[in-house]
Write a protein that binds this ligand. Structure first.
Ligand code: C5P
Length: 223
């Protein structure tokens, strides 16, 4: 493998309701992070996995994941991008391709990692998995008044793993002044091209209680 995967897993998961940090919530009896790392490690391109865990849980997360795959665990930060930066800092310079993958997208299949890595290997600076948007999307004012309807055909819902030529991701993080919700957003601000590959329904982000129910069902459909 020629790829390092950085896994931000340090979020609290407030929208999922009260409980453990989100990556440690259970899906079919196992933490989301265990599901995520198992599928990450199954991708043949993956040489190294770095997990950013809640600072209080670094040792526990290492113990949890060691039976699943070899991992390096670092303390995450206050924001997702701080967690990504902390993990990126321990990726050796001789690894040319870095994928960033949210622990919350715990059922993203190994073939999605391969699709993203292959597009970077083929020459792209930054690659994101994306799906068409199913809902009609409207822009709405704070008072609830509709300002307009966005042309849905040009919109995509974006997932992880997102793949990058390592120096591009490092430069994007170094330059990022504002908060960004995904790593490709920081690359866009550098003015570098970002390309889409087809996403996967299995790469949904477990965010709300409904998503846990859906993910539980998706587990029964995996091939
Ligand atoms: O909050 P959200 O669902 O967007 O988080 C996406 C991913 O980023 C999750 O896997 C979460 O654990 C991670 N995260 C992190 N450090 C933070 C906040 C979120 O690693 N400070």
């Amino acid at each position: 493998g020629d790829v390092a995967v950085v896994v931000p897993a340090a979020g609290a998961g407030v929208r999922l309701g009260p409980g453990a940090p989100k990556a440690l919530r259970l899906l079919d009896g196992e933490p989301l992070l265990v599901h995520a790392v198992r599928r990450t490690a199954a991708a043949p391109s993956v040489r190294m996995i770095v997990v950013a865990a809640p600072p209080a849980d670094v040792e526990a997360v290492h113990a949890l994941l060691s039976p699943v795959a070899p991992v390096v665990v670092v303390a995450g930060g206050a924001e997702r991008q701080d967690s990504v930066a902390a993990a990126l800092a321990v990726v050796p310079d001789d690894i040319d391709i870095v994928l960033v993958h949210d622990a919350a997208r715990c059922l993203a299949p190994a073939d999605l990692f391969e699709r993203v890595a292959a597009a970077v290997r083929a020459g792209a600076d930054a690659v994101i998995p994306a799906l068409p948007v199913v809902d009609t999307i409207k822009e709405v004012a704070a008072d609830g008044r509709v300002l307009g309807t966005v042309d849905r055909s040009v919109l995509r819902a974006v997932q992880t793993p997102q793949g990058f030529r390592a120096p591009v991701l490092r430069a994007a993080h170094a330059a990022a002044a504002d908060l960004h919700t995904d790593d490709a957003g920081a690359v866009e601000k550098l003015g570098r091209p970002v390309i889409c590959v087809p996403g996967s329904d299995f790469a949904l982000k477990v965010t709300r209680p409904l998503d846990l129910a859906l993910a539980t069902h998706l587990l029964t459909l995996e091939t």
